[in-house]
Design a protein around this ligand. Structure first.
Ligand code: 2HG
Ligand code: ZN
Length: 471
């Protein structure tokens, strides 16, 4: 199509040329393959169509990009590892993608403050390694650790498999530097432990999905490594037993993870090469990890297992005897997402309070059985935090759009059940494009109006990741 046909192409081409002139060292990509690669995350519902991809090397370049975008009214989409599952990093409307891929270094470690300062494009796993070099840990962890970036973790307040002990990302962010829509640089909290000086803008930015500005540096709190641990896999005979096993584990063990999955999840992960844990199938499984540094703690785990067996809330169990065995048990849980990806799953990521889990599970399970009689529905997740993942697999013969439409109808019903149980439509993946039409089931109209107001103050023209979270 020629530039004259819509009248829209020429101004953006000129604007890009101006950006090139203003920042001659800025890396800019415009090849079709790059636009496609950087224009989307792990969701596959939208066709990427960004204007171009900028790969800044430093904060000054990000500031200059924001000023340029403001001058030309061009929207910006931040991009980290693009492992997001809510469309938060999708660029489908001629936006400039700002990839933090080149800003991926550790900048500083302070042993007295026990903080690590990093650039936003660093992978979570690289943060783990950097912390380990100093004999410490950054405790937020999940399966996408090798590819996801800290910037993305902050944008979604990522949770993962250790929340039960350590909390979500926001607990570990001691400070962020933020480039705002106007190109200003804010230093939020500066690593302080105590700072009672008004609104905590750092916390506002965490979980804002890039809509209040882009994080260009983060200061992460580190902590001591945990004692030696063991992993136990339980086979659980019925849904109602899951939270009874949790109560038994929590009462006697120092838990660092309590995760569950169903037989359908196990089926897919085994088909993907994992090792079968039990001869007999059970409808539910739990992976728990707990401190097992001495004989007393190890014995406590065996006692819990025995009690659960006697009470009939578990059928069977495996206790890891080595790191390799622990890793094999974890693979059964952590390999689920990958094992499902070829089935184009429709995903829910929902939460309720721990105390509400049993009643919510009952209602949710009747809803899903009734509404999805013919689909393969896979449940798993962080049940010890009240966070469940539901993946509905697309039958091969069904068109993508029809499948999504059917699942959206059920999500609306699910959102009503969640509202009745005081839950959230997004526990840890963010709202992005995927869940914005359900936000009103989780947040009140007054809250959403205030959020919009905050957004207007930070970004009056709505150029920072527009269309994500809300319109
Ligand atoms: C997990 O807990 C991730 O494994 C991904 O949050 C969940 O694929 C999903 O639905
Ligand atoms: Zn998860």
């Amino acid at each position: 199509m020629s530039g004259n046909a819509t009248g829209a192409e020429a101004p953006t081409t000129e604007a890009l040329d101006e950006l090139r002139r203003a920042l001659p060292t800025l890396r800019l990509l415009t090849d079709a393959a790059d636009l496609e690669h950087y224009g989307r995350d792990w969701t596959r519902r939208w066709t990427p169509a960004p204007l171009a991809i900028a790969l800044p090397a430093n904060i000054e370049e990000v500031q200059a990009i924001a000023r340029w975008a403001n001058a030309h009214g061009i929207a910006l989409v931040p991009s980290g590892g693009r492992t997001g599952l809510s469309g938060g990093a999708v660029a489908a409307n001629g936006e400039l993608v700002v990839s933090f891929e080149r800003m991926n270094r550790v900048l500083d470690f302070n042993p007295v403050d026990r903080i690590l300062t990093v650039q936003p494009g660093i992978a979570l796993e690289a943060v783990h390694k950097a912390a380990a070099e100093h004999g410490l840990i950054y405790p937020v962890d999940f399966a996408a650790r090798g590819s996801c970036s800290i910037g993305g973790n902050i944008a979604t307040n990522a949770g993962g498999i250790r929340v039960i002990r350590y909390g979500n990302t926001r607990e570990w962010i001691a400070g962020v530097k933020l480039v705002t829509a106007s190109g200003d640089l804010l230093e939020l909290n500066r690593g302080l432990i105590k700072n009672s000086s008004g609104y905590d803008l750092r916390q506002l930015v965490i979980g804002a999905e890039g809509t209040l500005g882009f994080v260009v540096e983060a200061t992460l709190r580190l902590t001591d490594p945990p004692p030696a641990s063991q992993v136990m896999l339980f086979a659980v005979p019925e849904m109602a037993a899951l939270m009874r096993v949790f109560a038994a584990c929590r009462a006697s063990l120092n838990l660092s993870a309590f995760e569950f999955f169903t037989d359908r999840a196990l089926h897919h992960v085994l088909a993907h090469g994992a090792q079968k844990p039990f001869d007999e199938a059970s409808p539910y499984y739990v992976v728990s990890e707990f401190d097992a540094a001495d004989e007393a703690q190890q014995q406590a785990a065996l006692d819990v297992f025995e009690r659960c067996l006697n009470e009939g809330v578990v059928n069977d169990g495996v206790l890891s005897q080595s790191d390799a065995q622990a890793a094999a048990l974890w693979r059964l849980r952590e390999g689920i997402t990958e094992s499902l990806s070829s089935h184009k799953p429709y995903k829910n990521d929902i939460s309720v309070r721990i105390s509400a889990v049993p009643a919510f599970l009952d209602e949710m399970s009747s809803l899903l059985t009734r509404e999805y009689p013919h689909f393969d529905v896979v449940w798993f997740g962080h049940i010890g935090d009240g966070n469940l993942h539901i993946n509905v697999l697309k039958p091969a013969e069904l068109a993508d759009a029809d499948f999504v439409a059917q699942c959206e109808r059920v999500t609306r019903l699910l959102s009503e059940v969640l509202a009745r149980h005081g839950g959230s439509i997004s526990a840890e993946h963010g709202i992005g494009l995927v869940k914005k039409s359900y936000l009103a089931g989780t947040r009140s109209a007054a809250e959403i109006e205030l959020m919009r107001g905050v957004r207007r103050v930070f970004d009056p023209r709505g150029l920072m990741n527009p269309g994500k979270l809300f319109d």
